[in-house]
Design a protein around this ligand. Sequence first.
Ligand code: GLN
Length: 255
Amino acid sequence: MRNNDLSRPFKSLTMFHFFPDKLNLYGDRGNALCLAKRCDWRGIHLVIKEIRRMDECSLEEMDLFLIGGGSDREQALVTRELKKMKDGLKEKIENGVPGLMICGGYQFLGNQYIDSVGNEMEGLGILDFYTVAKYPRLVGNALIRSPLFGEIVGFENHAGRTYHGYPTLGKVEKGFGNNEVDKEEGLFYKNIIGTYLHGPILPKNPTIADYLIQKALEYRYGAEPTLDWMVPLDDHLEYLAMKQVWEQVQGSKLI
Ligand code: GLN
């Protein structure tokens, strides 16, 4: 048990986890567990709603969201359902709701995903970019240097190459990221993060997890009272795990 002062007033957040049964590659579900645990350690109750059908949910109550990665087949299966929330989600994103969208989930944000045989799958079109799949797949451990989060480690496995002019999560030190040319990984827009990194990404990169939690608190309760709730946690094990991966993949000490 870490910091958990239960004498403070109760705070609760609601996270929507979209299609956890279909979009859950390479441990993406671990991101939900990590967020719940880090909230719990601070005495914040994170309610996780697993969303499989749009008519079962009201975006009104959503303070944070998660969309994992999936194969092209799975992406195609959920596209029609996801499109039903396009306008509502766009409005919430513009108003600052935080979210994490991974690989296939990240590709949904854009206008279009063109698979490796040329089939076009419409994206949500919330942001203006596209993804085109090609061989070879971009597979392996990835190391990223981010101006906001520092060193990030993860695992990528995608055929899609994403091209956009939005701010990114960071620079690719090892691996591929958005495509094999730009040396940039992911996307940052308002408070949402799109990334190609699985792993899952959050347990080994807790500063990203805390960013999402803090923004969710701000979204629900306003900026003022929020900082008191972001009690620093003892992250030495998480940092050790990140450092170990970094040094193994890089083959040299992390400085
Ligand atoms: N289908 C997508 C691609 O191969 C996404 C894969 C994933 O989510 N890992 O690019």
